[in-house]
Design a protein. Sequence first.
Length: 357
Amino acid sequence: MFFDSLLRRPLIGLDIGVSGIKAVEIHHGHQCRLIAYNRVPLPWNSIQLDGDIKDRQALVEALKRLFRNGVFSSKKVVTGISGNSVMTKKITVPKMSEKELSHQLYFEAEQYLPFNIQDVNLDFAILGPTTTTGSTAMMDVLLVAAKKDYVRSVTSLVEEAGLVPAIIDTQAFALGNAFEFNYSHLTDHALGAANVIVDFGAGSTKLSVVEADKTVFAREFAQCGIGCTQRLAEKMAIQLPEAERLKIAQSTSPFVKPAIAEYVAEWVEEIVRTLDFFVSQSSERTLTGIYVCGGASQTDGLIQALESKVSAPVQPFNPIQNLAGSGKKMNAQAIREISFLGAVAVGLSLREPGDCQ
């Protein structure tokens, strides 16, 4: 997103999350093919829930292990970023060409950002014309901003592990990219029809909305798998590792279930409030489907609670259903894992040098 490689070599999608790091390699040809996948867990609290890196050396070592033994054919990576240092926002500006907007972007964006304009990298996607009653033609733009020091920190981390940062992307856009590739038959609906992808992660929940063939809205929530564990630990006055064990192994226990249910209700309420806001922005807008993924989606009662609050059907998101084959370095367990946990990494690996979004 913020800088591209000049050499067209295979790019590896690299998803650095709170609980672990995942990487995916896809061969881009007549038919995209899944070549390799690997995942390495991270020590607890190596990355804080707000995205800040707390144990840099642990991440460097994990990245080195991830690429050890020749699992991947390249060390050029597309890295996804998220957290408090990244922001996406839809803005409306006078209609202009992409080139003109790129020249005026910092001037147009300054009024919308909570950051100092000099401290951020900016990118954008033109969504299309806006219906207005005035004489000036306007258009909607999805603005993406990331703090420069955060981008530099991630880039240097990747380089320290012996990898080559080719593209920096946002995890929210990666989700949209994976959806557009795998569910292209759903992206040509009538104007206003939208599909939602929700990635319930360990450290945050990411929501992306796709209309036609574009990601038009993105939001990140603090509610997450670890947040649920923390709530359970507080309620039961126990340590986090024990709370995590109980959340997974004894979720239906009368001592555990109420705390999980309380957190799930708040979690779902945030998602529903966001979807209501998104839909309210246009009288023609409707939600046609909600696709869920991520390890925290298995939290007891979460999907059922979401289904009870939304009118659109809720179903699993499979980020590899349109990828051919499984690759020589894949196995059945890896295929199951990537279809469940790998949506962001797949979306990142579908990018190619020269992409600018």
